[in-house]
Design a protein around this ligand. Structure first.
Ligand code: PEP
Length: 250
């Protein structure tokens, strides 16, 4: 049985105080017990949110990015060691906004994934196609390439620590959600690809999240798909009531 997960990506939103209040509200909310909740906070919030959640087995903290080097003259960046020292357990990598605005490639993300794993942290690897790619019918090939280049350098042992998030770029922050069938089709393809590379048992135990305008009103239908193991949620993770409603949609 694979882990069901509701992950939030706060992006560059919420002051420090607002972030702590949101973490506190989610920590104290009535939540389904078997769902792993991950809060992807801005770097500056990591330590404070981790402190609030330090005794929680169900609510964990993620950074939204890290640098590929362990330390050095990289002004404004944060290292994996810094992230780990805050108490965070996860790092979101390869988000489409990082790919688009910071030119991150699969090769660079693959390097970061290796580094994150070597520090005992777990990557949440984002992949997904832009609209013209889907319209050209090339979305499955593109995502297969992202998954192969981003992740398939890992040993089977390391691969099992990875969470995958399929996030069609045309659905992120647009209010346009992939249909449950579109999400299921892609998730099935990703799982088949994993089975071909690492075997059926590992494929069956890999959590694959859907991201792209997940809201309380559509989460249940998406999460009901057999290969959709939860969501990576942007906008709707910024308010406790909407995010808790999503957590309770499985
Ligand atoms: C995201 O930031 O990964 C995301 C899916 O955002 P939204 O839910 O707002 O589309």
């Amino acid at each position: 049985m694979r882990q069901l997960i509701a992950a939030g990506n706060w992006k560059m939103n919420l002051t420090y105080q607002e972030g702590l209040a949101l973490a506190e509200a989610i920590h104290n909310a009535q939540r389904a017990e078997d769902i792993l909740v991950i809060l992807g906070t801005p770097a500056i919030h990591l330590a404070g949110v981790s402190e609030i959640l330090k005794d929680s087995k169900q609510v964990k903290v993620a950074a939204q990015n890290c640098h590929k080097e362990e330390k050095g003259a990289y002004t404004g960046n944060i290292s994996v060691g810094m992230i780990r020292s805050t108490g965070a357990d996860y790092v979101i990598l390869g988000h489409s906004e990082r790919r688009e605005y910071h030119g991150e490639t699969d090769a660079l993300i693959a390097e970061k994934i290796k580094l994150v794993l070597s520090y005992g942290l777990k990557p949440i690897y984002c992949c997904g196609e832009k609209l013209p790619v889907r319209e050209a019918g090339k979305h499955i090939d593109l995502v297969a390439q992202q998954v192969t280049e981003g992740l398939f350098h890992l040993s089977a042992e390391d691969f099992q620590k990875v969470i995958i998030a399929y996030e069609p770029v045309w659905a992120i922050g647009t209010g346009v959600t992939a249909s449950p069938e579109q999400a299921q089709d892609m998730h099935r393809c990703i799982r088949t690809l994993i089975a071909d590379k690492y075997g059926a048992a590992i494929a069956d135990s890999t959590s694959i999240l859907y991201g792209g305008s997940v809201k309380p009103k559509n989460a249940k239908e998406l999460f009901a798909q057999p290969d959709v193991d939860g969501g990576l949620v942007g906008g709707a993770s910024l308010k406790a009531d909407s995010f808790v409603a999503i957590i309770n949609s499985f």
